[in-house]
Every structure is written in C-alpha cells, then in structure tokens.
Design a protein around this ligand. Structure first.
Ligand SMILES: Cc1cc2nc3c(=O)[nH]c(=O)nc-3n(C[C@H](O)[C@H](O)[C@H](O)COP(=O)(O)O)c2cc1C
Length: 237
C-alpha cells in the first residue's frame, strides 16, 4: 500500500446523506467491536509463553503508529525487546522500585501492595518500550503552549496499541514501577528521548472481567457522574 492509497479500514467512511444528517457512524458490528475492545481491555500481568507472530505484532504497532499526535509530529518510537538478559535487568529495576514504593503505604495496604503481581516482564514473550522524541518535527504546530503534548501524543499511541492488542486477543501490561531514567542506558536510548511506557506484551492467561485492582478491593471504578461536570467545575447536575 502506498502513502496515497486508502487503508483497508477506511472503507465505508463515505457518509450516507440520503436522509437526515449525515451518518458517519461505523456499521453496527464494527461499532460493537470498538466498544468491546475498550471495555474488555485489561492491564495484563500474567502471560502464556507462546510467541506473538511477527505479522500480528506489526498490525499492533501499525495501529499505535496511527495515533493522533500534536502537529502530526509522531514523536514515538517502539523498542521491541525479546532479549532475556535485557529483560532480566529491567525486572531488577522493577524489583528495586517496587520495594522503594512500598514505604509510601501504611499497613495493611503495604502488605497488600507487596502481594500484588504488578508486571509480567519475564513471563511475556516480548516487551515494548515506547519513547517520545521531543525533537522529531522541529517547531511543532500546536505544541508551543503545552510542551507536554508530545508525551500526551505518545500516550495516545500506547492506548491504540493496547486496544489493537485486545482486539487481537493479545494482552498488554504497563509497568511504571521503574525508574525510567535508568532505562536509557539499558536500551541505548539517546539522552534527548523520553522513555514514556514500558509494556509487557503477549497472550494472557485470561482477560479478567474487571480490573484486578478492583477485584482485590484496592480501588473501585468511580461513577461517571462523579467525573462529568456541566459548564463549570463542580456542576454535576
Ligand atoms: C500510566 C500507567 C501506568 C501503569 N503502571 C502499572 C504498573 O506499574 N503495574 C501494574 O500492575 N499496572 C500498571 N498500570 C495498570 C493500571 O493498574 C490499570 O490500568 C488499572 O488498574 C485499571 O485496570 P485495567 O487497565 O485492567 O482496566 C498502569 C496503567 C497506566 C495507564
């Protein structure tokens, strides 16, 4: 496919203008698929060792690469890590940070936190580090007022990757219990590039119906009405 051809998923974007306002909604089955991926996506920490086929990985990365980005700067890079010794070193970084972070909780939360499985770095067949290169596009249209928009854009790519993976039956777990500044040396990341997300990717043991942190009583999902404000902050009527 060249840059100028429509991608396969663009089929059907012509609006039906024959009656009423134009209807750009996706066909019902596709719409359901989008919501299914959103609601059934989970953070995965328990993986099966089966390898993720290269073509499937390519599709997931392509979906990430189609994320929105400020000024279309596409600041992301994806470092795909299969190498076990590198992953063992990342796991050691995680262990150190996990212990350090435990100090911030009082009992009984500290013990509960330490008992949780919060990564699948070595269990997953591959890890992906998603980075943000703030220098990618020179003077970036739209980034002037909010410099962090390049990192926000990178997070959009992570979410695309996460949802596409869910659609493919592949699990993704985000590991942030890591001192990210120590990753560049391990992964040879240039000093001006920001490591944004460290992801474990592979076939999961299961996709839990609810977030694991909710299942174990750590936190519950807040009602939508608590987080939607009408016209100004605090008006939830
Ligand atoms: C920025 C970010 C960092 C996260 N870091 C971790 C982590 O270090 N370890 C972990 O187990 N889960 C991590 N998570 C996953 C969250 O715990 C999870 O998204 C949340 O509990 C809701 O569960 P769900 O993703 O399964 O719906 C992270 C998620 C995000 C968005």
């Amino acid at each position: 496919m060249t840059d100028h051809e429509a991608s396969p998923v663009q089929a059907g974007i012509e609006a039906d203008c024959t009656v009423g306002p134009p209807d750009f909604a996706l066909p019902e089955a596709q719409r359901q698929g989008v919501y299914a991926a959103i609601y059934q996506r989970r953070d995965i920490r328990r993986f099966r060792p089966d390898p993720v086929p290269d073509e499937l990985l390519r599709r997931i990365l392509e979906a990430a690469h189609h994320a929105p980005s400020v000024g279309f700067m596409q600041p992301w890079d994806f470092i795909v890590i299969r190498d076990k010794p590198i992953r063992e070193q990342v796991k050691a970084l995680f262990e150190r940070e996990r212990q350090a972070a435990a100090c911030f909780f009082d009992e009984p939360q500290r013990s509960q936190y330490l008992a949780l499985k919060l990564e699948g770095i070595l269990d997953a067949p591959l890890n992906v580090c998603v980075t943000c290169d703030p220098t990618r596009a020179g003077i970036v249209l739209g980034r002037n007022a909010i410099p962090e928009t390049d990192v926000y854009s990178t997070c959009c790519a992570v979410e695309n990757l996460w949802l596409a993976a869910r659609a493919e039956g592949v699990g993704v777990g985000w590991v942030s219990i890591l001192k990210l500044p120590q990753l560049p040396a391990l992964l040879n990341i240039p000093p001006y590039v920001i490591p944004v997300a460290y992801l474990c990717v592979g076939y999961p043991e299961s996709f839990p119906e609810r977030p694991v942190l909710e299942q174990v009583g750590w936190r519950r999902r807040m009602p939508l009405t608590d987080v939607v404000h009408w016209n100004s902050w605090g008006d939830r009527s």
